[in-house]
Design a protein around this ligand. Sequence first.
Ligand code: ADP
Ligand code: MG
Length: 269
Amino acid sequence: MSDPTRPRAPRIIAVANQKGGVGKTTTTINLGAALAEQGLNVLVVDLDPQGNASTGLGIEPTDREYTTYELLLDDIPLPEVIQKTDTENLSLIPATVDLSSADIELIANEKRSYLLHDALRQPAIDEYGFDIVLIDCPPSLNLLTVNAMVAAHSVLVPLQSEFFALEGLSQLMMTIREVRQSANPNLRIEGVVLTMYDARNNLSQQVEDDARSNLGELVYRTVIPRNVRVSEAPSYALPVLKYDSASKGAAAYRALAQELLSTYTKTAA
Ligand code: ADP
Ligand code: MG
């Protein structure tokens, strides 16, 4: 596509929340797929040793020869680690359980917080013409997540529509502030997205009200409903947009992509 409103350098977004099970991986895969469906060229970086984003996008562990571990610690160049997925316009740097030792191995490295930043700024990345890079972070505020925040332009925070959803958010915000003060002064909060929203449940409404009154404009208008098709899709190794294109989950992720892109054109202008 040669749309002049499209960005030149990829916009790098870290999908982060140190709580597990809040929808980081689901959002990375499906927002990625929705952006790809819009014609954007998307790269997903799996930065979680659990490798759920890799599995969900159909890259089996046996097909993960080079992974984010090699990218960060062995200087394996980007062209070796980037793989195409079955979804058009959607590529992946996979992860395996090997990455679980990286956090400790990184400590002795003086560039420990900058490894992903440097890897994603190799001249080779330009050749792929990526518009957006989405980094699926582990459920922790460890060095891997810090690498993601140092590499990123912004952080997208999935918030599960459950009790205690906002708990832990201050810790996440503190980490973002620390990264701003040290390595990445321009790091923005891309937005906060409510996930697994159940309109029939008062609690979801309450969490939404709390989030909107505490975080205001940062909270996307789009909420992602709890939808069984969304949870089934990974076992078919597909984004929900391909597994059940007409599902409510697919529609919600399309709306989220639209909302994200609308802020992008504004800030790019
Ligand atoms: P995280 O990456 O933050 O640990 P996941 O994206 O893996 O969280 O989601 C946790 C679980 O919740 C997974 O089993 C996933 O399939 C399920 N899930 C996530 N979003 C939805 C949704 N909108 N509707 C139904 N199930 C969901
Ligand atoms: Mg995950």
